[in-house]
Design a protein around this ligand. Structure first.
Ligand code: GAL
Length: 172
């Protein structure tokens, strides 16, 4: 609004750009808060977990999907860990009482910074089946009883739009 006798000075372009950058940084800050989702009654065979979001452009080079017991980060039945390092790869592992086991690496990263993704994880009796953007990506054999898992936690530079635990779904 302009009042009579008032001089309106437009903000110089660089100030507008700085404000825009500050706004973007604040948005990113919001998006990179780790987010956890409880699994009522523990994980069961036939459960399908769907996670949708976008990898935020940032200095962070890794995010993870952790199927864990409690929130200490010491007991993770399944750690699914895409890394944007070297040519990109994904680490799968299990952490028991604070100790990591042996890594299983897939030397390909199907995620892209700034791009939306959908991860769909099916809990089978012997393994976790992971689909990324509709394609089968990796299978991870259970090392610990999966019914102890009571939440899914997604740390890292990811803006989540959707975490959904469905099922259990039984197949004939
Ligand atoms: C470690 C890393 C952890 C986890 C683990 C998996 O080197 O610090 O965050 O990704 O590898 O084996």
């Amino acid at each position: 609004m302009v009042f009579a006798g008032q001089t309106v000075v437009a903000q110089p372009v660089h100030v507008q750009q700085l404000l825009k950058l500050k706004h973007q940084a604040m948005q990113q800050q919001k998006a990179i808060q780790p987010q956890a989702h409880p699994i009522e009654g523990g994980l069961q065979c036939g459960h399908v977990i769907t996670i949708k979001g976008t990898v935020v452009m940032s200095n962070g080079t890794r995010f993870a999907v952790n199927f864990q017991t409690g929130y200490s980060g010491n007991d993770i039945a399944f750690h699914f860990n895409p890394r944007f390092e070297e040519d990109g790869y994904v680490v799968c592992n299990t952490k028991q009482k604070g100790h990591w086991g042996q890594e299983e690496r897939t030397m390909r990263n199907p995620f892209q910074m700034g791009k939306p993704f959908e991860i769909c994880i099916l809990v089978e009796s012997t393994s976790f089946q992971v689909m990324v953007n509709g394609d089968r990506f990796v299978q991870y054999k259970h090392r610990v009883p999966f019914h102890c898992v009571d939440n899914v936690f997604v740390p890292g530079p990811v803006g989540l739009t959707h975490i959904d635990v469905n099922g259990p779904v039984y197949y004939a």
